[in-house]
Ligand binder design. Structure first.
Ligand SMILES: [Zn+2]
Length: 253
């Protein structure tokens, strides 16, 4: 017997079908070779394609944009589209946020990263959740408390290879909390970090909604902000830094 309020089995199947459709529609445009898909991605219509012989973004530079300093354009139906400024050494964004009250397409951004790249906390916070589920694989959730307007902010990290930070533990900005991967069916076998930011609409609202991560970078909207370990002043706790280190991509042995 299912719990009152729990989704029915047909309901779950329909949900998964719709979610898969929206994801793989952009991952695998039909009739294109891997490199053609790469150039198609450059025009903003597809996701980075990595074949078995091309498992690191840096190795794909011949057929897809390089592993750092590049951000995919927004899809046409996303609004607003934020002008994104990528530091040259920031791991590339292969898919932008695509979500509003009319579309439920992609509630975060995808950042290309070889499997086992350290994932770092986007701000100080407390680990609220650490779990595995089939669609998004290994997931970690960090609660950053309230922003200056009293709205709670949470960040979510998905498709992880390994979850390192334990639930209930306090983490600091820049601390390694996980290793990136391609777990979960929705990763499509492509190593990347799916990164989400959720925020209360206002301090009194009950629920939280996904927001475009580009709205809350420490250096301002659209300005992807690399974490700087030895900076004299770290950003306010409600301003986020990039969840992967900028610079040469490092993979621990
Ligand atoms: Zn994603």
């Amino acid at each position: 017997m299912r719990r009152p309020g729990a989704p029915s089995a047909p309901g779950l199947l329909i949900y998964w079908f719709i979610t898969l459709f929206f994801h793989f529609r952009w991952y695998f445009p039909s009739g294109l070779s891997a490199c053609e898909r790469g150039s198609d991605m450059a025009r903003g219509h597809a996701f980075a394609i990595m074949t078995a012989s091309c498992t690191a973004a840096a190795a794909c530079s011949g057929c897809v944009p390089s592993g750092t300093g590049w951000a995919a354009p927004y899809l046409e139906d996303q609004s607003p589209k934020i002008a994104v400024v990528m530091p040259a050494r920031a791991p590339s964004i292969s898919q932008e946020f695509r979500y509003n009250e009319n579309i439920a397409g992609h509630e975060g951004i995808d950042i290309l990263a070889p499997v086992r790249t350290p994932v770092i906390a986007a701000a100080d916070g407390v680990v609220r959740n650490s779990l595995f589920e089939p669609m998004y694989g290994n997931r970690l959730v960090i609660d950053h408390g309230s922003d200056a307007a009293g709205r709670r902010i949470v960040t979510v990290y998905k498709h992880l290879k390994a979850r390192i930070a334990n639930p209930g533990s306090h983490v600091q900005r820049g601390e390694t909390i996980a290793l990136s991967g391609n777990t979960g069916a929705l990763a499509g076998g492509i190593p990347h970090l799916h990164f989400e930011v959720h925020r209360q609409a206002h301090s009194q609202s009950a629920g939280m909604s996904p927001i475009d991560p580009h709205l809350v970078w420490a250096n301002g909207a659209g300005r992807v902000s690399c974490y700087t370990p030895h900076a004299q002043e770290q950003p306010q706790s409600d301003a986020l830094t990039y969840p992967l280190a900028c610079g040469p991509l490092r993979t621990p042995s």
